[in-house]
Design a protein around this ligand. Structure first.
Ligand code: T3D
Length: 260
Protein backbone atom coordinates (compact mmCIF):
# COMPACT_ATOMS: atom_id res chain seq x y z
CA UNK A 1 0.00 0.00 0.00
CA UNK A 2 1.43 3.39 -0.92
CA UNK A 3 1.95 5.77 2.02
CA UNK A 4 1.85 9.19 0.38
CA UNK A 5 -0.52 8.77 -2.54
CA UNK A 6 -3.93 7.20 -3.07
CA UNK A 7 -4.50 5.33 -6.31
CA UNK A 8 -7.64 3.70 -7.65
CA UNK A 9 -9.14 2.78 -10.98
CA UNK A 10 -12.89 3.09 -11.56
CA UNK A 11 -14.76 2.87 -14.86
CA UNK A 12 -11.63 3.43 -16.95
CA UNK A 13 -10.44 6.43 -14.89
CA UNK A 14 -7.29 6.10 -12.78
CA UNK A 15 -7.21 8.62 -9.96
CA UNK A 16 -3.80 9.40 -8.49
CA UNK A 17 -4.14 11.61 -5.40
CA UNK A 18 -1.10 13.18 -3.75
CA UNK A 19 -1.71 12.58 -0.07
CA UNK A 20 0.57 14.55 2.22
CA UNK A 21 -1.84 17.37 2.96
CA UNK A 22 -0.09 18.74 6.09
CA UNK A 23 2.97 19.58 3.89
CA UNK A 24 0.84 20.81 0.95
CA UNK A 25 1.81 17.55 -0.78
CA UNK A 26 5.48 18.50 -1.00
CA UNK A 27 7.31 15.70 -2.80
CA UNK A 28 9.58 13.31 -0.95
CA UNK A 29 11.70 10.56 -2.40
CA UNK A 30 9.25 7.84 -1.32
CA UNK A 31 6.30 9.77 -2.70
CA UNK A 32 8.13 10.13 -6.02
CA UNK A 33 8.66 6.37 -6.17
CA UNK A 34 4.98 5.79 -5.41
CA UNK A 35 3.92 8.23 -8.15
CA UNK A 36 6.24 6.48 -10.63
CA UNK A 37 4.73 3.09 -9.74
CA UNK A 38 1.21 4.43 -10.24
CA UNK A 39 2.17 5.92 -13.62
CA UNK A 40 3.68 2.56 -14.63
CA UNK A 41 0.33 0.91 -13.80
CA UNK A 42 -1.47 3.47 -15.97
CA UNK A 43 0.85 2.56 -18.87
CA UNK A 44 0.40 -1.17 -18.33
CA UNK A 45 -3.34 -1.46 -17.71
CA UNK A 46 -5.48 -1.42 -20.83
CA UNK A 47 -8.48 -0.69 -18.59
CA UNK A 48 -7.04 2.74 -17.74
CA UNK A 49 -8.35 5.16 -20.38
CA UNK A 50 -7.94 8.47 -18.56
CA UNK A 51 -5.84 9.62 -15.59
CA UNK A 52 -6.74 12.27 -13.02
CA UNK A 53 -3.91 13.77 -11.02
CA UNK A 54 -5.44 15.22 -7.86
CA UNK A 55 -4.31 16.22 -4.40
CA UNK A 56 -5.61 16.03 -0.84
CA UNK A 57 -6.02 19.04 1.45
CA UNK A 58 -5.73 22.71 0.61
CA UNK A 59 -2.60 22.60 -1.58
CA UNK A 60 -2.04 20.83 -4.90
CA UNK A 61 1.72 20.38 -4.52
CA UNK A 62 4.39 22.65 -2.99
CA UNK A 63 7.22 21.06 -5.01
CA UNK A 64 10.26 19.36 -3.59
CA UNK A 65 10.03 18.78 0.17
CA UNK A 66 12.58 21.28 1.39
CA UNK A 67 13.17 19.49 4.68
CA UNK A 68 14.15 16.28 2.93
CA UNK A 69 16.09 18.25 0.32
CA UNK A 70 18.50 19.29 3.11
CA UNK A 71 19.48 15.66 3.58
CA UNK A 72 20.69 14.99 0.04
CA UNK A 73 24.10 13.54 0.80
CA UNK A 74 26.75 11.33 -0.64
CA UNK A 75 27.60 10.98 -4.32
CA UNK A 76 24.09 11.83 -5.51
CA UNK A 77 23.87 15.30 -7.05
CA UNK A 78 20.69 17.37 -7.31
CA UNK A 79 20.84 16.69 -11.05
CA UNK A 80 20.85 12.94 -10.39
CA UNK A 81 17.96 13.36 -7.98
CA UNK A 82 15.98 15.08 -10.74
CA UNK A 83 16.96 12.53 -13.40
CA UNK A 84 15.86 9.64 -11.21
CA UNK A 85 12.72 11.30 -9.89
CA UNK A 86 10.86 14.27 -11.28
CA UNK A 87 12.20 13.92 -14.84
CA UNK A 88 10.86 10.37 -14.97
CA UNK A 89 7.47 11.49 -13.68
CA UNK A 90 7.21 14.20 -16.36
CA UNK A 91 8.29 11.86 -19.15
CA UNK A 92 6.06 9.10 -17.80
CA UNK A 93 3.02 11.38 -18.01
CA UNK A 94 3.96 12.83 -21.41
CA UNK A 95 4.63 9.37 -22.92
CA UNK A 96 1.40 7.95 -21.52
CA UNK A 97 -0.88 7.66 -24.56
CA UNK A 98 -3.96 8.37 -22.46
CA UNK A 99 -5.33 11.76 -21.42
CA UNK A 100 -4.12 13.16 -18.10
CA UNK A 101 -6.16 15.81 -16.26
CA UNK A 102 -4.67 17.80 -13.38
CA UNK A 103 -7.33 18.72 -10.84
CA UNK A 104 -5.84 21.75 -9.11
CA UNK A 105 -7.62 22.81 -5.94
CA UNK A 106 -4.86 24.89 -4.31
CA UNK A 107 -1.32 26.09 -4.66
CA UNK A 108 1.00 24.50 -7.25
CA UNK A 109 4.62 25.53 -6.66
CA UNK A 110 8.02 24.56 -8.06
CA UNK A 111 8.05 20.91 -9.09
CA UNK A 112 4.32 20.92 -8.22
CA UNK A 113 3.80 23.42 -11.02
CA UNK A 114 5.89 21.12 -13.23
CA UNK A 115 3.59 18.20 -12.35
CA UNK A 116 0.51 20.22 -13.27
CA UNK A 117 2.08 21.35 -16.55
CA UNK A 118 2.92 17.76 -17.48
CA UNK A 119 -0.81 16.97 -17.64
CA UNK A 120 -2.77 17.38 -20.88
CA UNK A 121 -5.56 19.39 -19.29
CA UNK A 122 -5.61 21.56 -16.18
CA UNK A 123 -8.89 22.26 -14.42
CA UNK A 124 -8.46 24.64 -11.50
CA UNK A 125 -10.66 25.78 -8.66
CA UNK A 126 -11.06 29.52 -8.03
CA UNK A 127 -8.80 28.96 -5.03
CA UNK A 128 -5.85 27.61 -7.04
CA UNK A 129 -2.58 29.56 -7.15
CA UNK A 130 0.51 29.03 -9.24
CA UNK A 131 4.10 29.99 -8.54
CA UNK A 132 7.38 28.81 -10.01
CA UNK A 133 8.97 29.17 -6.53
CA UNK A 134 12.43 28.03 -7.68
CA UNK A 135 13.99 31.50 -7.54
CA UNK A 136 12.60 31.98 -4.02
CA UNK A 137 15.24 29.49 -2.90
CA UNK A 138 17.85 30.56 -5.45
CA UNK A 139 17.25 27.69 -7.88
CA UNK A 140 16.70 27.63 -11.65
CA UNK A 141 13.55 25.96 -13.03
CA UNK A 142 13.27 22.19 -13.32
CA UNK A 143 10.59 19.47 -13.69
CA UNK A 144 9.89 20.75 -17.23
CA UNK A 145 8.79 24.21 -16.12
CA UNK A 146 11.41 25.91 -18.37
CA UNK A 147 10.08 23.90 -21.33
CA UNK A 148 6.35 24.50 -20.81
CA UNK A 149 6.19 28.08 -19.57
CA UNK A 150 7.59 29.88 -22.65
CA UNK A 151 5.45 27.68 -24.89
CA UNK A 152 2.29 28.42 -22.92
CA UNK A 153 2.73 32.07 -21.93
CA UNK A 154 5.58 33.33 -24.17
CA UNK A 155 9.24 33.84 -23.24
CA UNK A 156 8.94 37.32 -21.67
CA UNK A 157 6.09 36.35 -19.33
CA UNK A 158 7.86 33.08 -18.55
CA UNK A 159 10.98 34.98 -17.50
CA UNK A 160 8.91 37.38 -15.41
CA UNK A 161 7.15 34.52 -13.59
CA UNK A 162 10.41 32.67 -13.01
CA UNK A 163 12.63 35.60 -12.06
CA UNK A 164 10.21 37.52 -9.84
CA UNK A 165 8.64 34.53 -8.11
CA UNK A 166 5.19 35.98 -8.85
CA UNK A 167 2.15 34.13 -7.55
CA UNK A 168 -0.66 33.86 -10.10
CA UNK A 169 -4.26 33.41 -9.10
CA UNK A 170 -6.59 31.11 -11.04
CA UNK A 171 -8.13 33.93 -13.08
CA UNK A 172 -4.71 35.08 -14.31
CA UNK A 173 -3.65 31.50 -15.03
CA UNK A 174 -6.76 31.13 -17.19
CA UNK A 175 -6.10 34.43 -18.98
CA UNK A 176 -2.52 33.34 -19.72
CA UNK A 177 -3.60 29.93 -21.02
CA UNK A 178 -1.95 28.02 -18.21
CA UNK A 179 -5.18 26.28 -17.25
CA UNK A 180 -8.10 25.11 -19.39
CA UNK A 181 -10.92 25.97 -17.03
CA UNK A 182 -11.57 27.56 -13.65
CA UNK A 183 -14.59 26.48 -11.62
CA UNK A 184 -15.90 27.21 -8.10
CA UNK A 185 -14.18 25.03 -5.49
CA UNK A 186 -17.32 23.01 -4.78
CA UNK A 187 -17.68 22.17 -8.51
CA UNK A 188 -14.08 21.07 -9.12
CA UNK A 189 -14.32 17.36 -8.41
CA UNK A 190 -17.61 16.92 -10.32
CA UNK A 191 -16.34 18.92 -13.31
CA UNK A 192 -13.18 16.81 -13.50
CA UNK A 193 -15.08 13.55 -12.96
CA UNK A 194 -17.48 14.38 -15.81
CA UNK A 195 -14.65 15.29 -18.17
CA UNK A 196 -12.60 12.23 -17.19
CA UNK A 197 -15.64 9.97 -17.64
CA UNK A 198 -16.23 11.38 -21.11
CA UNK A 199 -12.59 10.97 -22.12
CA UNK A 200 -12.51 7.42 -20.73
CA UNK A 201 -15.39 6.51 -23.07
CA UNK A 202 -13.53 7.98 -26.05
CA UNK A 203 -11.33 6.40 -28.72
CA UNK A 204 -8.33 5.98 -26.41
CA UNK A 205 -5.87 5.08 -29.17
CA UNK A 206 -6.89 8.12 -31.22
CA UNK A 207 -6.61 10.37 -28.17
CA UNK A 208 -3.21 8.89 -27.32
CA UNK A 209 -1.98 9.39 -30.88
CA UNK A 210 -3.29 12.97 -30.80
CA UNK A 211 -1.17 13.54 -27.70
CA UNK A 212 1.81 12.02 -29.51
CA UNK A 213 1.54 14.22 -32.65
CA UNK A 214 0.96 17.39 -30.63
CA UNK A 215 4.04 16.68 -28.54
CA UNK A 216 6.13 16.04 -31.67
CA UNK A 217 4.77 19.17 -33.37
CA UNK A 218 6.16 21.27 -30.50
CA UNK A 219 9.64 20.01 -31.32
CA UNK A 220 9.96 19.82 -35.13
CA UNK A 221 9.48 21.94 -38.27
CA UNK A 222 6.32 21.90 -40.42
CA UNK A 223 7.59 19.37 -42.97
CA UNK A 224 8.56 16.92 -40.22
CA UNK A 225 5.22 17.49 -38.44
CA UNK A 226 3.31 16.74 -41.66
CA UNK A 227 5.31 13.56 -42.20
CA UNK A 228 4.73 12.48 -38.60
CA UNK A 229 0.99 13.13 -38.92
CA UNK A 230 0.94 10.87 -41.98
CA UNK A 231 2.74 8.07 -40.13
CA UNK A 232 0.50 8.35 -37.07
CA UNK A 233 -2.68 8.48 -39.16
CA UNK A 234 -1.68 5.11 -40.65
CA UNK A 235 -1.82 3.74 -37.09
CA UNK A 236 -5.09 5.47 -36.16
CA UNK A 237 -6.70 4.27 -39.41
CA UNK A 238 -6.12 0.65 -38.38
CA UNK A 239 -7.80 0.94 -34.95
CA UNK A 240 -11.11 -0.72 -34.12
CA UNK A 241 -12.34 2.63 -32.75
CA UNK A 242 -11.83 4.29 -36.14
CA UNK A 243 -13.93 1.58 -37.79
CA UNK A 244 -16.57 1.95 -35.08
CA UNK A 245 -16.60 5.76 -35.48
CA UNK A 246 -17.22 5.52 -39.23
CA UNK A 247 -19.83 2.74 -38.83
CA UNK A 248 -21.67 4.75 -36.16
CA UNK A 249 -21.69 7.83 -38.39
CA UNK A 250 -23.06 5.90 -41.34
CA UNK A 251 -25.66 4.14 -39.19
CA UNK A 252 -26.65 7.47 -37.58
CA UNK A 253 -26.05 6.24 -33.99
CA UNK A 254 -23.66 7.26 -31.20
CA UNK A 255 -20.29 5.44 -31.36
CA UNK A 256 -19.36 2.83 -28.76
CA UNK A 257 -15.59 3.17 -28.49
CA UNK A 258 -13.77 0.28 -26.84
CA UNK A 259 -10.41 2.05 -26.53
CA UNK A 260 -8.69 -0.20 -29.07
O1 T3D B 1 16.60 17.72 -6.90
C1 T3D B 1 15.60 18.35 -6.63
O2 T3D B 1 14.58 17.78 -6.16
C2 T3D B 1 15.55 19.85 -6.82
C3 T3D B 1 14.22 20.18 -7.25
C4 T3D B 1 13.55 21.24 -6.79
C5 T3D B 1 12.20 21.48 -7.32
C6 T3D B 1 11.38 22.40 -6.48
O3 T3D B 1 10.21 22.10 -6.35
S1 T3D B 1 12.10 23.77 -5.86
C7 T3D B 1 10.76 24.61 -5.09
C8 T3D B 1 10.41 24.01 -3.76
N1 T3D B 1 9.19 24.57 -3.24
C9 T3D B 1 9.17 25.77 -2.67
O4 T3D B 1 10.15 26.48 -2.53
C10 T3D B 1 7.82 26.22 -2.12
C11 T3D B 1 7.90 26.40 -0.61
N2 T3D B 1 6.57 26.72 -0.09
C12 T3D B 1 6.05 27.95 -0.21
O5 T3D B 1 6.61 28.87 -0.73
C13 T3D B 1 4.69 28.10 0.40
O6 T3D B 1 4.48 27.08 1.32
C14 T3D B 1 3.55 28.07 -0.68
C15 T3D B 1 3.61 29.36 -1.52
C16 T3D B 1 3.65 26.85 -1.56
C17 T3D B 1 2.19 28.03 0.07
O7 T3D B 1 2.14 29.04 1.03
P1 T3D B 1 1.02 29.00 2.18
O8 T3D B 1 1.16 30.28 2.96
O9 T3D B 1 -0.30 28.72 1.58
O10 T3D B 1 1.36 27.74 3.09
P2 T3D B 1 2.54 27.60 4.18
O11 T3D B 1 2.05 28.04 5.51
O12 T3D B 1 3.79 28.24 3.69
O13 T3D B 1 2.77 26.01 4.17
C18 T3D B 1 1.95 25.11 4.94
C19 T3D B 1 2.85 24.08 5.57
O14 T3D B 1 3.47 23.31 4.52
C20 T3D B 1 3.98 24.73 6.36
O15 T3D B 1 4.27 23.89 7.45
P3 T3D B 1 3.85 24.32 8.95
O16 T3D B 1 4.39 25.67 9.23
O17 T3D B 1 2.32 24.30 8.94
O18 T3D B 1 4.42 23.23 9.82
C21 T3D B 1 5.13 24.71 5.37
O19 T3D B 1 6.39 24.70 5.99
C22 T3D B 1 4.88 23.38 4.65
N3 T3D B 1 5.51 23.40 3.32
C23 T3D B 1 5.13 24.15 2.28
N4 T3D B 1 5.93 23.92 1.24
C24 T3D B 1 6.83 23.00 1.63
C25 T3D B 1 6.56 22.66 2.97
N5 T3D B 1 7.29 21.77 3.64
C26 T3D B 1 8.33 21.19 2.97
N6 T3D B 1 8.62 21.47 1.70
C27 T3D B 1 7.91 22.36 0.99
N7 T3D B 1 8.21 22.59 -0.29
Amino acid sequence: MPEFIRFDITDGVARLTLNRPDRLNALTRLMTVEILEAIATCHREEGVRCVVLAAAGRGFCAGQDLTEFQTLTGPETVGDHLRQGFNRIVLGLRRLEKPVIAQIQGVAAGAGLGLALAADLRIASEQARFTAAFIGIGLAPDTGVSWWLPRLVGPAKAFELLATNAVMDAAEALRLGLVNQVVPADRLETTVAELAGRLAQGPTRGIGLTKRVLQRALEVDLAAALEYEAQVQDIAYRTADHREGVAAFLEKRPPRFAGR
